[in-house]
Design a protein around this ligand. Structure first.
Ligand SMILES: Cc1cc2nc3c(=O)[nH]c(=O)nc-3n(C[C@H](O)[C@H](O)[C@H](O)COP(=O)(O)OP(=O)(O)OC[C@H]3O[C@@H](n4cnc5c(N)ncnc54)[C@H](O)[C@@H]3O)c2cc1C
Ligand code: FES
Ligand code: FES
Length: 493
């Protein structure tokens, strides 16, 4: 099938076809500079503040035989325009009406005094709009979770939370234009699907949107030097903060055949394009001890975009998923052409900035063994801010204790070395020993043999070492009380 050389998407209900798209053109820049829609604001340009929040509607795979149109809030400052191919983009401008009447979300914000300088307001309005459409605005806990990715520097959050909780007093979601026209929108998006690879050559380089996973493998075989971009929550910042060129780039976030979640009696396998939010139901069912950590990874918009496999493939020493997945014994499947190989996750990370991945190879999935209910398993994330902050130190503990003696131990840390890695000497100090305070205190002296952490602006080396040791003590103390909710819930600090 010959490739298509243009992207096609809907912007507030109007079809847009573009054949000259720079690989690094963000949705936000397109909206503000090209489409002259300046309601969407730029605050940080790094995915943190949510001022640039827009909704992206996409067809989700077969669900009981029925295709669905799902709208999610995303940060337009770090997502690239080309990734909208086949999607329905909704901006704050969509909420305006010819007679100037306010949308229920806007009315709630006005009545509850949810805006002062107004700079953050379009982003909050769109985040609230997404909550209203998805029915997650009804209780305070859910509102707080869904507003993690929106920052306001002058109003304060209480009025905005009040606005979220009261939206339904101002209207019925079934009367919302987006809901009323969803059948037509779904049909329109279905018509855009042609199963073709998209290739666009521009002055800033070439971009690819593969037709499927096999096509991705073929493109990477031909262009092994290409940047792979999934949710673009890391790659986006290479452009907006580091001014790096990402061309040629292969966008993969749209690939439904890599979005699978396969549950077997022993393990759960997440495909390369499974985002944190896609994964949430499976995490809740099969890894309840990770739910609290999930809620501490970035904020909703980033969790709607970022993938687990991207968190692994970026090789960061402070990514949140590698330590618990290493402690659980996860492995990844790497694919090059039609050749696949499985690599233990802990072996994938070789040194800072170096992973066991060949040019042209991509991470196809991550397979995570389900935790043995007889084991003690917990993950603790320590960061400067509770919500939406990058880890300073993260410790994951997976112990099998029989008759009061430690029989197996897998302990992994992030933020303590150039890569996420096991605390082998600490594990050795525990193995075969009674699970007692004395053993734990002895094991705490082994940390210096395992790690020589760095000082940076997130934490000093001394702080990291102290916290790492104390997390083992915390794990021990929590383990004494089997009903301790912190342990049961993953004990995230
Ligand atoms: C505001 C903000 C907050 C954040 N908070 C957190 C946090 O709390 N905890 C945390 O761990 N991270 C956090 N991150 C980082 C980021 O969201 C995660 O690392 C995310 O999981 C990356 O996934 P992605 O799909 O967006 O990756 P991308 O940005 O698309 O790619 C990341 C890297 O992985 C490579 N890659 C992606 N997919 C594949 C694949 N299938 N095969 C081979 N290579 C691939 C890319 O080439 C790139 O090198 C945050 C980011 C932002 C912007
Ligand atoms: S501008 Fe701050 S998240 Fe996009
Ligand atoms: S109203 Fe000023 S930053 Fe939120």
């Amino acid at each position: 099938m010959s490739p298509r050389h243009a992207i096609r998407f809907y912007l507030n209900g109007e079809l847009v076809i573009l054949d000259d798209v720079a690989p690094d053109l963000t949705i936000l820049d397109y909206l503000r500079v090209n489409a002259m829609l300046r309601g969407t604001k730029e605050g940080c340009a790094e995915g943190d503040c949510g001022a640039c929040t827009v909704l992206v509607g996409r067809l989700t795979g077969e669900d009981g035989g029925e295709e669905k149109l799902q709208y999610q809030a995303i940060n337009s400052c770090i997502r690239f325009l080309a990734t909208l191919d086949g999607c329905d983009l909704v901006t704050v401008d969509h909420l305006s009406t010819p007679d100037g009447a306010l949308h229920p979300v806007q009315e709630a914000m006005v009545d509850k005094h949810g805006s002062q300088c107004g700079f953050c307001t379009p982003g909050f309005v769109m985040a609230l709009y997404a909550m209203w459409l998805n029915g997650t605005h009804a209780d305070r806990e859910s509102v707080l979770l869904n507003l993690q990715n929106n920052l306001c520097r002058c109003t304060g959050y209480r009025p905005i939370v009040d606005a979220a909780l009261s939206i339904s007093d101002y209207g019925n979601v079934d009367d919302d234009p987006l809901v009323r026209s969803s059948a037509e929108a779904l049909a329109r998006l279905r018509d855009l699907k042609d199963g073709k690879r998209v290739v666009i050559e521009s002055a800033n380089g070439r971009l690819f949107l593969p037709a499927d996973a096999d096509d991705l493998a073929a493109i990477l075989a031909e262009h092994p030097e290409a940047t792979i971009a999934a949710g673009t929550t890391d790659v986006g910042l290479w452009v907006t903060k580091m001014m790096r060129s990402i061309a040629p780039v292969v966008f993969i976030g749209h690939l439904d055949d890599l979005r699978g979640i396969t549950v077997t009696p022993d393990a759960v396998e997440f495909g390369a394009t499974v985002t944190y939010e896609d994964a949430r139901p499976a995490v809740e069912s099969h890894f309840p001890a990770l739910v609290a950590l999930w809620d501490r990874i970035a904020g909703t918009q980033i969790r709607n975009m970022g993938t687990i496999c991207g968190n692994i493939a970026n090789g960061s020493p402070i990514g949140d998923t590698p330590p618990p997945l290493i402690a659980l014994g996860a492995e990844i499947v790497l694919r090059k052409g039609n050749v696949r190989r499985a690599v233990r996750l802990e072996d994938f990370f070789i040194a800072y900035g170096r992973q066991d991945r060949q040019p042209g190879e991509f991470v196809e999935s991550v397979r995570i063994p389900r935790p043995d209910p007889q084991r003690l398993f917990a993950t603790y994330k320590v960061s400067k801010r509770r919500d939406e902050d990058i880890t300073a130190v993260l410790g994951a503990f997976n112990l099998r204790i029989e008759d009061g003696v430690v029989r197996e131990a897998a302990i992994a840390y992030g933020g303590m070395a150039g890569i996420p890695c096991r605390a082998r000497r600490v594990e050795a100090a525990l193995l075969g020993q009674p699970w007692t305070l004395a053993t734990v205190e002895r094991a705490m002296t082994a940390y210096e043999d395992d790690f020589q952490p760095l000082s940076d602006w997130r934490a000093s080396a001394d702080y990291r070492m102290t916290v790492a040791r104390n997390l083992l003590m915390r794990f021990y103390l929590a383990s004494l009380d089997k009903t301790d909710e912190r342990l049961a819930a993953g004990g995230v600090l």
